[in-house]
Design a protein around this ligand. Structure first.
Ligand code: ATP
Ligand code: MG
Length: 283
């Protein structure tokens, strides 16, 4: 049995629950309870605030955790990043008031910067020889300059809308983050095996996201041309139809290429093109 710490509520909770569900693992009512026994995998979920997940894993309260890389870096616990999970993307950036006359990183020297990530920020300033005053505040960092608590901020940015609303401009990105699966440097062999199984399931789900399976009818004389043009896992699947003039062609196509490919295929005479959602790729 493996115990995984996940965020009890907040931005990572929904995507975490979905990833587990796609991996065939469902959790009980959750949220209001601390621990929930999973169905579909020999696992317990431990619901925590994201701030507490790195420590819970390094102390062995949980065997692994799903948390933002930003929290992992900030807590500085000795953890192994087992896998990036492809959701919860954001960046940690420095931002200054629009009219601050920002002219490069040295602008921050001797200035006051408000943040909830003092450790990441001080490491960054140290590495650039900048001596700034770092003020740690727990929330609403973006209002600190307007109320006179700070000259600038260092905070999480995803779209930039919050900065804009507060008259701030993003001037430097310090780190990119996303949700990650973390574990202690070493686990007991049986737990490590469970973690491997979990990773195998997660990997197949993550690899299949953004891919479509496309099946079409195509004149038999154009199959070779279509096969040359298309991406495929090994090569496209080609099946004869009852009518020897036609074949059925099946191929995996990344979502962002889909419509260009469909247009090319139509020009080769493809018809009856079915685009199917791909749930899993098990390699
Ligand atoms: P908790 O109550 O668990 O402490 P929280 O309020 O600290 O939650 P959330 O706002 O739920 O944290 O964000 C959790 C994580 O989601 C962040 O640490 C970050 O990795 C990621 N994230 C992605 N986009 C954003 C965003 N726009 N703002 C904040 N966090 C984001
Ligand atoms: Mg938190």
């Amino acid at each position: 049995m493996i115990k995984i710490a996940i965020q009890s509520k907040g931005r990572l909770n929904e995507d975490t629950t979905r990833l587990l569900a796609d991996a065939g693992i469902t959790l009980g009512a959750g949220h209001r309870q601390l621990i929930s026994r999973a169905r579909g995998f020999d696992m317990e979920a431990l619901y925590l605030r994201d701030d507490d997940i790195p420590q819970a894993v390094s102390m062995g309260v949980a065997d692994a955790g799903i948390v933002g890389l930003n929290e992992v870096e900030e807590r500085g616990e000795p953890l192994r990043t087992v896998m990036r999970l492809g959701f919860g993307a954001c960046r940690l950036s420095l931002a200054v008031p629009k009219d601050a006359g920002y002219d490069g990183l040295l602008w921050f020297d001797r200035r006051r910067v408000a943040t909830s990530y003092p450790r990441i920020l001080s490491r960054f300033f140290d590495s650039h020889g900048i001596r700034a005053e770092i003020h740690e505040i727990a929330g609403s960092v973006e209002v600190a300059p307007a109320v006179g608590m700070a000259d600038a901020i260092f905070d999480i940015v995803s779209s930039g809308g919050t900065l804009l609303q507060n008259g701030l401009t993003e001037v430097h990105t310090v780190m990119q983050s996303e949700a990650v699966l973390v574990a202690p440097a070493a686990l007991q062999p049986d737990k490590e095996r469970d973690l491997d199984k979990l990773c195998f399931r997660f990997r197949s789900i993550i690899d299949s996201r953004g891919l479509k399976y496309v099946v079409m009818n195509i004149p038999a004389t154009r199959v070779a041309e279509a096969a040359d043009m298309l991406p495929a896992m090994k090569s496209p699947t080609v099946l004869p139809l009852a009518d020897p003039a036609w074949s059925s062609l099946g191929v995996v196509i990344p979502q962002d290429e889909l419509w260009d490919r469909i247009e090319q295929l139509k020009q080769l005479g493809a018809q009856d093109i079915l685009v199917l959602a791909l749930e899993n790729i098990v390699r």
